[in-house]
Design a binder for this molecule. Structure first.
Ligand SMILES: *Cc1c(COP(=O)(O)O)cnc(C)c1O
Length: 471
């Protein structure tokens, strides 16, 4: 007894009291008035109260199953939830403490290398990231460094400003890359009914300062696949004519997890010798919760060694290529789980279902007579549509706003140059958006149409045209 009393006394002397996470703080603390929202409260609060406060506030977030705007996974099965909660404390960078997590990352890279037909999956280099945006930053940096090394005689200098060629329909991450890393973005505009990159136009924009061409599989704006093989062929032609050897990066944020299962004949990946690197979002059609992405390079030559860092502060000496240092490991474990769980046949079944839902839904939308399809959902399970010719009483922004009243999130937005005149709605069909849900959506849309047709004219665009369409 005396000993305990003595220990407690000594603890008090040293100023140690109970860790507030271990004890129930005064259960009434924090309940007498509103807790402050924009500064730290002075005292702890009971865990129950804190949980309820945060939980209740988050209830006002949308229902992700009705969100037809996002590409990102919103449902995983219970076993994945358990696995992820088991791994919540694992830090991906700490490859010495968590060697098995690091091993799972390596296996995922190998599996993707095999899926994307890398010449030698055993020596393909790659890494996990927080998403495609980080993967694209890394791939872009590798392209820039390769170009800089090859042009060491002229770079840096005023005449040698690196540029990257892409379609005007690229995801915002490429504009970010160019802004952050001081690369000129050379964009091929949309033209007429062509809503993505044109191979000849892409080759035409290349010069001795081009670090690469980005081809998107498929486009965020309308779900179409860009013609990767034709882009490579146009660049082969350029090389024959001029000697310029321009590498291609494939932004397969969505399509790199669709095409290998549903379009096996389509040649878009490392089978094309000009494709230097590929990225995908594990949290899109890779079917894992946010945030995980992947970046792979064809071989060591495609990723300059000087970009890969070796750190030993955490013990061990593992190479890393990433923008962040610390990062959760749970998503990588969940990706490996999903690869094991589904296999090729499982992925094919999930993606085929998404494509069937998309194709059927787009057909029914066209059959209303009020809309014209720009794409049908037969590449990515994603399609864009606009109002049919002759529809003057409402526009796509009205449709988006009215659908929101029923809980459906369907973004309306304008296209980039040179089709700013075109405004569209886009629907992304994901795992979990079933034929049944699609039927409910159609019912809601059909119920709205009579009222929309009665409008005297479009009610005007919302103040901000910027919507969530980049996702
Ligand atoms: C979603 C997307 C990105 C960005 O991916 P995140 O994983 O959200 O960072 C990049 N490119 C394309 C084509 C996309 O669809």
């Amino acid at each position: 007894m005396a000993l305990h009393k003595g220990a407690a006394h000594r603890a008090r002397e040293r100023g140690i009291s109970v860790n507030p996470f271990y004890g129930e703080a005064d259960p009434l603390a924090g309940m007498t008035g509103d807790p402050p929202r924009h500064r730290l409260p002075d005292t702890p609060m009971a865990p129950r109260s804190a949980y309820r406060l945060v939980h209740d506030e988050l209830m006002l977030d949308g229902n992700s199953r009705l969100n037809l705007a996002t590409f990102v996974t919103t449902w995983m099965e219970p076993q994945a939830d358990v696995l992820m909660s088991e791994c919540q404390d694992k830090n991906m960078i700490d490859k010495d403490e968590y060697p098995r997590t690091a091993e799972l990352e390596k296996r995922c890279v190998r599996m993707l290398a095999d899926l994307w037909h890398a010449p030698d999956p055993a020596t393909t280099v790659g890494c996990s990231t927080t998403g495609s945006s980080e993967a694209c930053m890394l791939a872009g940096m590798a392209l820039k460094r390769r170009w800089a090394l090859a042009n060491a005689g002229r770079y840096p200098s005023a005449e040698a400003r690196p540029n990257l060629v892409m379609g005007a329909n690229v995801q915002v991450c490429w504009e970010k890359f160019c802004a952050f890393w001081e690369v000129e973005a050379r964009q091929v505009p949309m033209e007429g009914e062509r809503f993505h990159l044109d191979p000849a136009a892409a080759a035409g924009l290349c010069d001795e300062n081009t670090i690469g061409v980005v081809a998107v599989l498929g486009s965020t704006f309308d779900g179409s696949y860009e013609p990767v093989a034709e882009v490579c062929a146009a660049l082969d032609g350029l090389q024959e004519r001029t000697g310029l050897d321009v590498p291609v990066h494939v932004d397969g944020a969505s399509g790199a997890m669709i095409a290998p299962f549903l379009d096996e004949k389509l040649v878009w990946d490392f089978r094309l010798p000009r494709v230097a690197s590929i990225n995908t979002s594990g949290h899109k059609y890779g079917l894992v919760y946010p945030g995980v992405g992947w970046a792979l390079w064809r071989d060591r030559a495609a990723l300059p060694e000087e970009l890969v860092f070796r750190v030993n502060y955490l013990g061990g000496d593992m190479p890393t290529f990433a923008l962040n240092f610390s990062r959760p490991g749970a998503q990588v474990a969940a990706q490996y789980y999903t690869f094991l769980r589904l296999g090729r046949d499982g992925y094919r079944a999930v993606q085929r279902n998404a494509r069937e839902v998309a194709c059927r839904l787009s057909r029914h939308i066209a059959e209303t007579g009020d809309f014209r399809l720009l794409t049908r959902g037969d590449e990515l399970p994603v399609f864009a549509f606009t109002t049919a010719e002759g529809v003057t009483s409402f526009d796509v922004f009205d449709v988006s706003r009215r659908l929101r009243e029923r809980g459906w999130l369907v973004p309306a937005y304008t296209f980039p140059p040179n089709r700013e005149d075109l405004s569209v709605l886009r629907i992304v069909c994901r795992n979990g958006f079933s034929h049944d849900l699609a039927d409910l959506f159609l019912e809601d849309l059909r119920a709205l149409l009579p009222e929309l047709r009665e409008q005297p004219g479009p009610l005007g665009r919302p103040e901000s045209k910027a919507t969530a369409f980049h996702h």
